[in-house]
Write a protein that binds this ligand. Structure first.
Ligand code: CTP
Length: 398
């Protein structure tokens, strides 16, 4: 589970820091790539040299020393997970309040990955309302706390506040990667947004698609662990997830070219773009003058990308299309499922309020090649995207 995972270990100044050596050793043994950042106080408990030797990487210890401290943003972006262990009461307080007076905190504030923290402190400090409030705040940010153990504390007292044992921390990380990443090692492609078809250098034919639904699907796939290529028509929206590479395109022809090039290396493809069905047969090189009272544009059909991919689909590849219908919805959608050789079709009805173009919500029916049908209630596009990804995963295992 930890093979190839990038783990950024933040060590703060607690006596439990001596266990960081064992933790790094276990993580490296499990196949993880480990980088360590320490607070200046942590270096009183364990030397950077020890952790650097065990992790086989340079240790970031202080903002004023070393050559690469200013890469804290890159370190924060590099990691799949940031784990602060031990996390002292002081470091927890600073993390909760966005303080940034050492390298560990600068890296933490730059981290775009999930953050875990393993508290280590005396029982009274652990139960102090200030610490309680700080921990609650961190949980509110979506971060995860590892359980604290009961036992002998540095003060000589017995009670709650010991850091989780390194073996338990490793098990916790393994659990995280197995639960949340059912699509780890999978490649996916998503088309999204409108296409723009030129009439002349200043005018074009397009549609109202915002790309919201497709981007939400790309993010849900990336969140599930897939390596996602997003082929995106012109829109002001962007995908933010680190697991997504965006390939911007303009026309249906550009989109076709990119999609057919990427598809052979793809396990899952979801075509959510609103591709123009027709484009001007002869786009003018110069701006068209308004000399005529009536201007006739001749349009020619674009290639159906979804159908093209359906024709190229190999065993083990899963292809999902969308259908936007106004009447006989299910019948038309099932026909498209068959003729385009799809595994699933997401049916949008224009009759549903709050669904479709521009809205933040959508109401869809999922129809699959095995005859499965799931009617989803009106939900946010993010939630619909998660349901679509769940249905894709179920279909992969059917
Ligand atoms: N699509 C595509 N390439 C096109 C047109 C559509 O890949 N040139 C894909 C869209 O991304 C979407 C589905 O086909 O997944 C949309 O189908 P729909 O809007 O119902 O349009 P058509 O398939 O063109 O069907 P219709 O006969 O209803 O126009």
């Amino acid at each position: 589970m930890l093979q190839g995972k990038k783990i950024l270990l933040g060590v703060s100044g607690s006596i439990a820091a001596y266990k960081s050596a064992i933790l790094v050793r276990l993580l490296v043994k499990a196949g993880a790539e480990v980088k360590v950042v320490m607070t200046p106080d942590a270096a009183h408990f364990i030397t950077p040299l020890t952790l650097s030797t065990l992790s086989k990487n340079e240790v970031g210890a202080a903002i004023s020393e070393g050559s690469s401290w200013n890469n804290h943003v890159m370190m924060g972006r590099w990691a799949d997970v940031m784990l602060v262990a031990p996390a002292t009461a002081n470091t927890i307080a600073k993390m909760a309040n966005g303080l940034c007076d050492n390298l560990l905190l600068a890296v933490y504030l730059s981290a775009t990955c999930p953050v875990f923290f393993a508290p280590a402190m005396d029982e009274d400090m652990w139960h102090h309302p200030a610490t309680r409030a700080n921990v609650t705040k961190l949980l509110g940010f979506g971060y995860s706390q590892l359980p604290v153990n009961k036992g002998e504390l540095a003060s000589g007292l017995f009670g709650e506040g010991r850091m989780s044992e390194p073996e338990d921390i490793v098990a916790f990380l393994e659990q995280h990667f197995s639960e949340n990443k059912p699509l780890a090692g999978t490649t996916a492609m998503v088309s999204a947004g409108p296409t723009v078809e030129l009439i002349d250098p200043v005018r074009f034919i397009s549609n109202h698609s915002s790309g919201k639904m497709g981007i939400a699907i790309a993010e849900a796939l990336a969140e599930a662990g897939a390596d996602v290529k997003l082929v995106l028509g012109p829109t002001s929206l962007k995908a933010s997830h680190r697991g997504i590479t965006t390939i911007p395109v303009q026309t249906a022809a550009d989109m076709l070219e990119q999609c057919t090039a990427i598809f052979p290396q793809t396990n899952i493809a979801v075509m959510a773009a609103a591709v123009a069905d027709y484009r001007p047969a002869n786009a003018a090189d110069q701006k068209i003058k308004k000399d005529e009272d009536v201007l006739t544009l001749q349009l020619e059909k674009t290639t159906d990308i979804l159908k093209t991919l359906g024709g190229q689909k190999k065993k083990g590849q899963l292809l999902v299309g969308f259908a936007l219908e106004t009447n006989n919805e299910k019948e038309f959608a099932l026909k498209k499922l068959q003729t385009k050789n799809l595994d699933m079709i997401v049916l949008n009805s224009l009759r549903d309020q709050g669904a479709g173009f521009g809205h933040d919500t959508n109401k869809v029916v999922l129809l699959d090649r095995l005859g499965g049908e799931q009617q989803l209630p009106l939900k946010s596009k993010q939630e619909v995207a998660k349901d679509i990804v769940k249905a894709i995963i179920a279909l992969q295992h059917a």
